[in-house]
Design a protein around this ligand. Structure first.
Ligand SMILES: [Zn+2]
Length: 150
């Protein structure tokens, strides 16, 4: 689930993510953090309830488990676009497991791509809703991985 934080708590959350990066990596989790100036709002910080006005600096933090990270070949930052312009001014960081859809082979962040063929949604969409077919496939495969060994 994505969380939106004010600048102070966004920085604190990112520092935690950096500190526990190896732990995330062991668990196969990735934390995607996008920070920049809000194009919508006002919103409330999920930690302190402070009001973050439109144009104010905010951090959007989303954790992704391995089975999503590995099954996603493309990521268009659709959820993040609900909050930020995503025109190159934002800072994007990934902590934990390598995420091929967002990072290239060297680990550098790929530039977010806009999809002209995707219709505009009226409500914010969660990242997992961006690729329902892939999530569906991953869910179908999942029970096999969870079966105990004899
Ligand atoms: Zn806060």
């Amino acid at each position: 689930m994505p969380y939106l934080f004010c600048e102070e708590h966004g920085q604190a959350r990112e520092a935690d993510s950096r500190t526990y990066q190896e732990h995330y990596d062991e668990l196969g989790e990735s934390v995607l953090i996008v920070s920049g100036r809000l194009k919508t709002g006002p919103w409330l910080c999920d930690r302190c309830n402070a009001t973050i006005p439109r144009g104010g600096t905010a951090y959007l933090v989303t954790g992704f488990p391995r089975w999503i990270v590995e099954s996603v070949n493309d990521y268009d930052f659709g959820y993040e676009r609900g909050y930020f312009p995503m025109k190159g001014e934002e800072r994007i960081a990934v902590y934990g497991a390598h995420w091929p859809a967002v990072q290239d082979e060297s680990g550098a962040i790929r530039a977010p791509r806009r999809r002209a063929d995707r219709p505009q949604k009226r409500r914010p969409i969660y990242a997992v809703e961006l690729f329902p077919e892939k999530v569906q496939a991953a869910l179908l495969e999942r029970p096999k991985q969870l079966e105990p060994e004899d």
